[in-house]
Design a binder for this molecule. Structure first.
Ligand code: HXC
Ligand code: NAP
Length: 282
């Protein structure tokens, strides 16, 4: 889909890049020639992923331990990547924490842990890198991975929903403020994409995937390469005029849930026939 070496001169940090969608995006960026640093808490997982990606793509991938809640650790990561290559010019804020629970059963610490990873982690990294981009006149790109419920809200994942809403607002707010520096911020709002991290924590029971997928007009979960392709598109300099935008990739899920009459899918042909007759006679 993309020309070879499209991302050759880009240095990209992917938070939460050791697993799931972060790993898929990191792999795709590396295939397209980017220098990629993956960061999260578990160094052993990151090192294994970095080795897997390098073996596939032939490009070096840096694995750096960093808790995105800690500003000093982020500064260290940026310094390390800069010494090794150059100041990163793309940031993918993908790290997240989440679980399902009735909100009244949560402790305040359960709220804190998710808000701190998702919202604080995202503004920490964005601020640390953004300041350097502005100082050094670099037109950096930030891509934030949110969710469809960042806009709609959702019960049972309230700490995540309020954090993702904050991240989406950060995307739009800073796109307006930092546009004058040539810095772009965009977001992707994925529907369900199978990953161990999400499925283990968000399916009430293993095997309940079908329940989740019932709501999706396209009748399937997302495929990782679909999301990775969208990420490449949004960070590429070929679409530099896009900023402050969120692109939904959910097989039509949220729009299906929102549309007043979409439940009529469940009507049988005899219902439609009866209604047509009623309509003609009235
Ligand atoms: C209620 C919970 C809980 C749960 C933890 N807590 N899990 N409360 N239900 N399932 C509470 C704990 O009791 C504790 O509060 C507080 O949260 C901190 O928990 P710790 O286990 O000490 O935190 P920590 O070890 O830092 O782990 C963070 C984590 C964990 C968020 C809880 O799940 C994690 O590491 N997640 C990272 C990966 C992840 O979540 N991936 C999914 C992203 S998917 P107390 O008061 O008891 O001390 C996603 C998709 C969205 O976002 C959309 C899908 C369609
Ligand atoms: P995942 O594999 O569990 O990814 C989450 C990553 O975040 C992990 O690699 C984890 O690594 C990292 N992380 C957690 N806390 C961290 C911290 N304090 N500091 C640094 N890194 C931290 O789940 P995923 O499904 O791929 O999710 C990726 C992104 O997509 C998330 O933003 C999620 O909200 C979003 N999303 C996913 C789906 C889906 O269906 N999968 C749908 C909508 C949105 P460590 O444990 O090593 O720190």
């Amino acid at each position: 889909m993309f020309k070879e070496n499209l991302l050759k001169n880009r240095v990209i940090i992917v938070t939460g890049g050791g697993t799931g969608l972060g790993k898929s995006m990191a792999t795709h960026f590396s295939k397209l020639g980017a220098k990629v640093a993956i960061v999260s808490r578990k160094l052993d997982v990151l090192q294994q992923t970095a080795a897997d990606i390098s073996q596939q793509t032939g490009n070096e991938v840096l694995a750096l331990a960093c808790d995105v809640r800690k500003y000093d650790e982020i500064e260290t990561v940026i310094n390390t990547v800069t010494e090794k290559w150059q100041l990163p010019d793309v940031l993918i804020n993908n790290a997240a924490g989440n679980f399902i629970s009735p909100t009244e059963q949560l402790t305040h610490k359960a709220f804190d842990v998710v808000v701190d990873i998702v919202l604080r982690g995202t503004y920490n990294f964005t601020l640390a890198l953004g300041k350097r981009w502005i100082e050094q006149k670099i037109k950096g790109d930030v891509l934030n991975i949110v969710t469809t419920y960042a806009s709609t809200g959702s019960g049972f994942v309230v700490p995540s929903a309020i954090s993702k809403a904050g991240v989406l607002n950060l995307t739009r707010s800073l796109a307006a403020e930092w546009g004058k520096y040539g810095i772009r911020l965009n977001a992707i709002a994925p529907g369900p994409f199978p990953t161990k991290g999400a499925w283990d924590r968000l399916l009430p029971e293993p095997g309940m995937e079908a329940e989740l997928l019932k709501k999706i007009p396209l009748n399937r979960a997302g495929i990782h390469s679909e999301l990775s392709n969208l990420a490449v598109f949004l960070i590429s300099k070929e679409v530099e005029y896009i900023t402050g935008e969120v692109v939904t990739i959910d097989g039509g899920e949220w729009i299906n849930g929102a549309g007043e009459f979409n439940w009529l899918h469940s009507l049988k042909p005899q219902h439609w026939e009866a209604m047509a007759k009623r309509g003609k006679s009235s």
